[in-house]
Write a protein of this length. Structure first.
Lengths: 256, 357
């Protein structure tokens, strides 16, 4: 499966925040979206998820324009993983994951036995089945993020869109989430994620899109996209890219 | 071949395997529901037995079998107590279900149709109906129009104000209070212009809220809209879970939020109008009961809505029994529910503050 944005312009009240955006996510790859605050990452996200209509251009799934797709068909194709949040009610973890099963049932239906099995499988895939009957609101940020990923898996969408899945997590949990993201891509899902850390793109991305002021500066493999020049231009700060050995690279900012 | 990052991953893995306890079984809800049904049945029997006129249950069969020959006993049981008890069950349940639905819909544990002005709107419509001397159908229709208008106003104003920034929970409650006060002022206006020797007493008496004047005829005409309002809410209860995660997530989970919102608001306005038309302003039930129910069965709306209905029915039966028997003179039910509801609302305010601190 291939989800592509073709010459997308989108924004609020007719004013374009992003324009001329073309990119595609394919099954089995992690496409990382990098860029400073206000560079249009969220707008691009919402457009791809169908939460915002593009001002021009189109979003396609395997070449088919999805502008007229029903919500349910969209949800069966693209899953959304928001940042770990706190809902107003203390649902148990399994119920949070089960909510994704609404996609596969009628308006008045509640999830059945088969949906329970699918929800528990999704939790098990992320090794958090032991949390199934705990309260979602009482989990740590990292656990909540994993539960939201499990929810998108239970939705059985083929492409997941993750909004800064590592934000607000401690270092260990960030790595844990990244590891799961990489594994999910290996199992054949397509993943599109935003992050504030170029290091994470080096760690888990197949390809990276670097955004600045509503446009794409560069889109290629992490090594080709994330150069000293492109990152300095995108973030407006001097930095250096350091080889950490074993083919790993890290970005080190220069403070003076 | 172990880098720092991989080392962290390894440790994490070890940790997660160490505390990998077997998944505990899901807590069962049916014993809780069985207990609630039992409580409701017992309370119903008690409420039918309880009252100034002694009606032992042995005599019920005789009355039901031949209502015409039983005389006064038949009037007390079939014309007074039974409608009153059925009204308490229906009204308590319906108000609680619509309160629970509102809290899910607005993602706000302090929302309910009475807090957000739907009730005052329905009350204004109904009081105009009384003023013009309409029958129960006319009063209910005007009540429905008033309730819907109030909800529309609250929704529009609250979303406009939230777009300007600030705490959406608080904004919604404030706008609701403003609309409610406007509705109450309009109700007082109808009282002011009402004929003091006839209609004024009718409006004032009805406004306090109570079940003492419910007749079998009232019940017939209110039960239909109440049930038409409650059934869709119960059917949509799973979708309320999805909706409580917010607009964007609901959409991404394949749910059309607007369709569900409209159904919930129309159903709740219908319930408000029907309840107001036969029982006046019974406040606070819709806010308080869903919280009790959440403590008993948890947050999942799939169990919460039926539990709210059962607990709400029990609660109103109990409060109505108190209204009938606490003092020599009957205390209006609406006053008792407010006396219970106000401290509970305060408790909620403090508990939310403490959770944030």
């Amino acid at each position: 499966m291939r989800i592509s944005a073709e010459e997308i312009a989108a924004g609020y009240r007719g004013k374009a925040v992003i324009s001329g955006i073309s990119l595609a996510v394919e099954s089995g790859e992690v496409l990382c979206l990098l860029g400073a605050n206000g560079s249009g990452k969220t707008t691009l996200f919402k457009t791809i998820l169908g939460l915002m209509r593009p001002l021009s251009g189109r979003i396609c799934v395997d070449g088919e324009d999805i502008a007229r797709w029903a919500r349910k068909r969209m949800a069966k194709t693209i899953g959304y993983v928001p940042q770990a949040h706190t809902p107003p009610f203390a649902y148990c973890v399994r119920d949070v994951v089960l909510m994704a099963r609404s996609v596969h049932s009628g308006a008045f239906a509640s999830p059945g036995k088969r949906d329970m099995v699918i929800a528990e499988e999704a939790l098990d895939r992320l090794s958090i089945l032991r949390l199934a009957h705990q309260r979602y609101t009482e989990l740590s940020g990292g656990e909540r993020q994993l539960v939201l990923i499990a929810r998108a898996l239970a939705q059985q969408a083929q492409v997941l869109v993750l909004d800064e899945p590592t934000s607000n997590l401690d270092f260990g949990n960030q790595v844990l989430v990244l590891r799961h993201i990489k594994e999910l891509a290996k199992s054949g899902l397509g993943l599109l994620m935003t992050t504030h850390f170029p290091d994470f793109a080096f760690l888990c991305a197949s390809r990276v899109a670097l955004m600045k002021q509503g446009r794409i500066l560069a889109l290629d493999s992490p090594e080709k996209t994330l150069t000293q020049e492109s990152l300095e231009e995108a973030y407006g700060t001097p930095l250096r890219i350091v080889e950490a050995g074993l083919g790993m690279r890290v970005v080190v900012p220069r403070l003076n | 071949m172990t880098t720092a990052v991989e080392a962290v991953v390894e440790t994490r893995e070890d940790l997660s395997q160490e505390d990998e306890a077997p998944t505990p079984p899901a807590p069962r809800t049916w014993p809780v529901f069985a207990a609630m049904w039992a409580a409701l049945i017992l309370l119903t029997f008690f409420s039918l037995l309880y009252g100034r006129y002694n009606l032992p249950w042995q005599s019920w069969w005789r009355i039901f079998a031949a209502p015409d020959s039983a005389g006064l006993e038949s009037i007390v049981l079939l014309q007074v107590r039974l409608p009153r008890v059925l009204a308490a069950i229906l009204i308590g349940g319906a108000l609680s279900v619509s309160g629970a639905a509102f809290q899910g819909l607005f993602r706000n544990p302090m929302a309910s149709p009475d807090i957000l002005g739907a009730y005052a709107g329905a009350g204004f419509g109904a009081s105009i109906g009384i003023l013009f001397g309409y029958g129960i159908v006319g009063i209910q229709t005007l009540g429905l129009v008033g309730g819907l208008a109030a909800m529309l106003l609250v929704w529009t104003l609250a979303s406009a104000a939230t777009r300007l920034g600030g705490d959406p929970t608080l904004t919604l409650i404030l706008v609701g209070i403003i609309v409610r006060e406007a509705g109450m002022a309009l109700i007082r206006l109808t009282e002011y212009v009402a004929d003091p020797h006839g209609k004024l007493a009718a409006i004032t008496f009805w406004l306090v809220g109570g079940l003492s004047a419910v007749t079998p005829h009232d019940l017939e005409f209110a039960a239909v809209p109440i049930l038409i309002g409650v059934v869709p809410l119960l059917l949509l209860r799973w979708k309320l879970n999805v909706l409580s995660f917010g607009e964007e997530e609901a959409k991404a989970l394949g749910v059309n939020p607007w369709r569900i919102r409209i159904v919930i608001i129309v159903c709740s306005a219908m319930i408000s109008a029907a309840v107001v038309s036969i029982a006046g302003m019974i406040m606070w039930v819709g806010l308080v009961i869903p919280h009790f129910a959440r403590m008993v069965v948890g947050a999942n709306h799939k169990a919460l809505l039926p539990a709210s209905f059962l607990i709400g029915s029990c609660y109103l039966l109990l409060v109505d029994d108190c209204a009938r028997g606490l003092f020599a003179l009957e205390v209006p039910l609406g006053i008792l529910t407010s006396l219970v509801g106000v401290p509970f609302f305060l408790y909620l305010v403090f508990r939310t503050r403490m959770e944030r601190a």
